[in-house]
Design a binder for this molecule. Structure first.
Ligand code: HXC
Length: 510
């Protein structure tokens, strides 16, 4: 027993104390502290604690390699099992070799067969140079396992240190990426390589910092202040997710449905058609208080996605945000929404679409950038999704964007609209310009005439009534009843089952 204790103590013994102090000063924890903080007290069962590589060359024989630089195992988070891989930068830079990869792959396989989420904390110098092709083989095996378990168990990556080269692909293959603001870099080629190959000067922040990835590249879903914040975010995220694709999310349905009207919603649509409404206000009023947990908040702000609860039922929300780019759908918005819809569908999370969308963003850069290819991802994701899908049209729902936000014909199970809804092929300005071009040219006061026609157009072609008459709406509702109507609709639809023709898989445009 004493020998076992001694071995365990040696295995857990930290190396350079100065480096530990430096990490703490920077708001960074050691790999083991991250594990301890994350799990319920004393619930972590480590796997392969004594495993390590036995390389003899390039000084590897002189190095202590506890756990081969990664702590893996399973613990309890609020009473639910979660698998964890926490790379230990203090052990040879957290680099990945054969044994290190074995441990990560084992943990993911275990998570898959037991149906529990996987969380990886990435803090590593990448492929261990001394292990050559075995390190690359190790990465290949990790990537493959990430892919095999995609859609089986939720996979969440935390970037809490360097994550460079091909190593960046494991987080990218997972469902959500949380990244700490400082001391973390995520890139394929860093500033030095970029400078050497292209002559471009750039900082590590610009190439691979958390804020860049969260707002520009879209690789990161959540930015954390520090390690503790990152782990808090992961726990909050897990609180909305089922442990695997065969289970329901953690619904906690309230005994009775809150049917009280909310007058705030009646006042939400501004009287001036050019003034945008704030979709966040609608979300806050419709869903349970403080339950909206936004995902990808800094990326493509013209669309909001996130998890929420409606009378205790977990839902995924996809909502246009007219405060940014007038709520249009563009390349980034389409990518963001499509991936979120796919995640919710894979994990049995009902979807609610809130529409106020004037159309796809017009422009040369959008067309040349492939808006057709990207926009089609949204169509594909909605039409493929078999979870309950409920749409609410608050204001604009124009053209292809109305369809890309899940119209009834795209497969929404129930579609509600406010009386302020404008559902049409084009907005008044565009439509009038096409249909009345000649008449307007000849009019004494073209502006006044256009305004006159616009009123008529809105009434006849861009109101909810035409859509309702065409049986494309379940109902037109008072805004104040939105919460009650959506909540009832959700309860009624929760046991939905939809079968699809057998196939290997569809071919979403990428
Ligand atoms: C072996 C490595 C290593 C590596 C770091 N170390 N990276 N050992 N292989 N790739 C070791 C260092 O020798 C050092 O050991 C310890 O880890 C800590 O590293 P430091 O350099 O002292 O730390 P720091 O100054 O904080 O710098 C961190 C770093 C830097 C920025 C990550 O170490 C670095 O640039 N490393 C190389 C990164 C890289 O190019 N990796 C390959 C990427 S390509 P001692 O014994 O001195 O403590 C890749 C391919 C994946 O990963 C392919 C997938 C398909």
């Amino acid at each position: 027993m004493e020998a076992l204790e001694a071995r365990r103590a040696e295995q857990k013994r930290l190396g350079n104390q100065d480096k530990v102090i430096e990490r703490h000063r920077d708001g960074r924890m050691t790999a083991r502290e991250r594990v301890d903080v994350f799990f319920d007290v004393d619930t972590f069962q480590e796997m392969g604690a004594f495993a390590h590589h036995h390389a003899k060359d390039f000084g590897m024989d002189r190095k202590r390699m506890p756990g081969d630089g990664v702590i893996t195992g399973v613990g309890q988070v609020d009473g639910q099992a979660v698998a964890m891989c926490s790379q230990d930068f203090m052990v040879n830079g957290g680099t990945l070799g054969q044994v290190h990869a074995d441990k990560i792959v084992d943990a993911i396989i275990y998570a898959g067969k037991t149906g529990i989420p996987v969380v990886t904390i990435n803090d590593s110098g990448g492929a261990r140079i001394q292990e050559g092709v075995d390190a690359l083989t190790g990465y290949s095996r990790v990537f493959r396992q990430n892919v095999l378990m995609s859609g089986v168990v939720p996979q969440i990556a935390v970037i809490a240190g360097p994550c460079a080269g091909g190593a960046a692909y494991s987080p990218a293959l997972m469902d959500f990426v949380v990244m700490t603001k400082r001391h973390a870099q995520l890139f394929i080629t860093g500033p030095e390589v970029i400078r050497a190959v292209t002559g471009q000067q750039c900082s590590a922040e610009e190439v691979g910092g958390a804020l860049m990835h969260a707002s520009v590249s879209g690789n990161v879903h959540f930015v954390a202040e520090d390690d503790a914040d990152a782990l808090r975010i992961v726990k909050k995220l897990l609180s909305y997710l089922p442990p695997n694709n065969l289970r329901d999310p953690p619904h906690a349905p309230s005994k009775s449905i809150d049917l009280t009207p909310d007058a705030r919603l009646d006042a939400l649509v501004p009287s001036d058609p050019k003034t945008p409404l704030d979709m966040r206000a609608a979300i806050d009023a419709i869903f349970d208080v403080d339950s909206f947990f936004e995902v990808h908040a800094l990326f493509a702000k013209n669309i909001l996605v996130g998890f929420a609860r409606l009378d205790g039922i977990v839902v995924g929300v996809v909502a246009n945000q007219p405060l940014f780019k007038a709520g249009t759908l563009d390349i980034d918005a389409a990518d963001k929404a499509a991936r979120f819809i796919q995640f919710c569908d894979a994990f049995n999370i009902p979807l609610i679409s809130l529409m106020d969308v004037p159309g796809f963003l017009p422009g040369l850069s959008q067309e040349r950038g492939g808006i057709i290819r990207h926009g089609s991802k949204m169509l594909f994701a909605w039409a493929s999704a078999t979870v309950p899908k409920i749409s609410l049209i608050l204001r604009k729902a124009y053209g292809g964007a109305y369809i890309a936000m899940d119209s009834k014909a795209m497969g929404a199970d129930l579609v509600f609209a406010w009386p302020s809804a404008e559902i049409a092929v084009l907005g008044a300005e565009g439509a009038i310009n096409i249909l009345f071009r000649n008449e307007l040219k000849q009019a004494a006061d073209p502006k006044a005439r256009a305004a006159e026609i616009a009123v008529d157009y809105r009434q006849k072609f861009a109101s909810p009534w035409q859509a309702a008459e065409s049986n494309q709406l379940t109902d037109v509702i008072e805004p104040s009843r939105s919460r009650a109507v959506l909540s009832l609709a959700l309860r009624n639809t929760l046991n939905k089952r939809e079968a699809r023709p057998a196939k290997k898989h569809g071919n979403i445009a990428l």
